[in-house]
Design a protein around this ligand. Structure first.
Ligand code: GCU
Length: 332
């Protein structure tokens, strides 16, 4: 009967389509499960040069792996503060993070050496250290605590900004100054005569706005992209520290990656670090101009009173590993 035959044909066709769909789904699933997807979280804005450089790294990883590896980036503390992200990376529940080396000090004491004020003679001295044996040694110091350092990113020099003008350390008296969660950063504000207040970067805008703190310190691109300048209009370029950012991977996750994936990632991170240094130079010069145009008072205070106030920090007792690094850096 034509009716029955038609019905049987429909059933056969439907069964065929179902099998085909199942096969396609399986194939797609296999493809997704074959693809390595890494999650990278950090606290900076997506317009920040460090974020842009990590996007570049993600693009290079994708290309190098022939589409077999992807990095999904979550900016602006979406997955937590630098401290929280680093904790997740240690556990392996987050694959990668990018943190200021200052915020890494509680995990890796050696990282604290960058936060020591006026540690480096100039930016050449700083780059020799960062790109040399000492920089490698500091990155590798995270391994025993599950933090696999991939590269550094330039974060320029840090200077103070506040809701009041800053000309000398006398202007810190009685003032609350936000610091990153680092014993060395706390000690620096004490040495300058202020009251250090540790606050995650993402909470700082409101803290400045509501007068919880009177000032903070950072580089120009971070001051600009965080929009802190809207509520703290005095930026004094005293350049007390060169503190790089570091790209950190979970050692557990790293060890479980196939060798070619490790290679693609390491190469892409190195390429991103080179790319970032150029981008940083351009964007940090532009940031100063944009800040001025936005009504920020940018000054160049005499650095000597700042240097004198924090000098005792260099000879104060330190973690033995940090002490050794200080001596090495001074001798370089
Ligand atoms: C810099 C650094 C960030 C850090 C911030 C801070 O902007 O790049 O990683 O979070 O300083 O002061 O917390």
């Amino acid at each position: 009967m034509p009716g029955q035959a038609q019905h049987r044909l429909t059933v056969v066709v439907l069964a065929g389509v179902t099998i085909l769909l199942a096969a396609l789904t399986l194939h797609a699933r296999r493809q997704t499960s074959d693809m390595i997807v890494l999650k990278l979280a950090h606290g900076l804005d997506s317009t920040h040069p460090v974020h842009i450089s990590m996007e570049y790294m993600a693009k290079r990883v994708f290309e190098k792996s022939g589409g077999g590896m992807r990095i999904d980036i979550f900016p602006s503390e979406q997955l937590g503060s630098e401290r929280e992200c680093t904790e997740q990376v240690q556990l392996g529940s987050l694959d990668m993070t990018k943190s200021s080396t200052t915020a890494l000090e509680p995990f890796i004491p050696e990282m604290g050496v960058f936060t020591l004020p006026y540690m480096f003679r100039d930016s050449e001295h700083y780059w020799e250290v960062v790109n040399g044996e000492i920089g490698d040694e500091i990155l590798a110091a995270g391994l025993p605590v599950g933090l696999h350092g991939l590269c550094y990113f330039d974060a320029g020099s840090r200077s103070f900004y506040a809701t009041h003008p800053i000309e000398s350390p006398a202007d810190f008296r009685g003032k609350k100054i936000r610091v990153q969660q680092s014993p060395t950063a706390m000690a620096m504000i004490h040495a300058l005569g202020g009251a250090p207040t540790p606050i995650p970067f993402g909470e700082l805008y409101t803290a400045l706005q509501q007068g919880v703190v009177d000032g903070a310190e950072n580089n120009a691109p971070s001051l600009l992209t965080s929009r802190h300048y809207e509520v703290a209009k005095y930026f004094a370029l005293n350049e007390h520290a060169y503190v790089p950012d570091a790209l950190i991977m979970s050692e557990v996750v790293w060890r479980n990656l196939p060798p070619d994936a490790q290679r693609h990632l390491a190469e892409a991170a190195d390429e991103a670090a080179v790319f970032q240094r150029d981008l940083w130079a351009k964007m940090s010069a532009e940031a100063i101009e944009t800040l001025k145009e936005a009504g920020v008072t940018v000054t160049h205070p005499d650095k000597q009173p700042f240097v004198d106030a924090v000098r005792p920090m260099l000879s104060a007792p330190k973690h033995p590993a940090v002490e050794r690094l200080v001596q090495k850096i001074l001798a370089q």
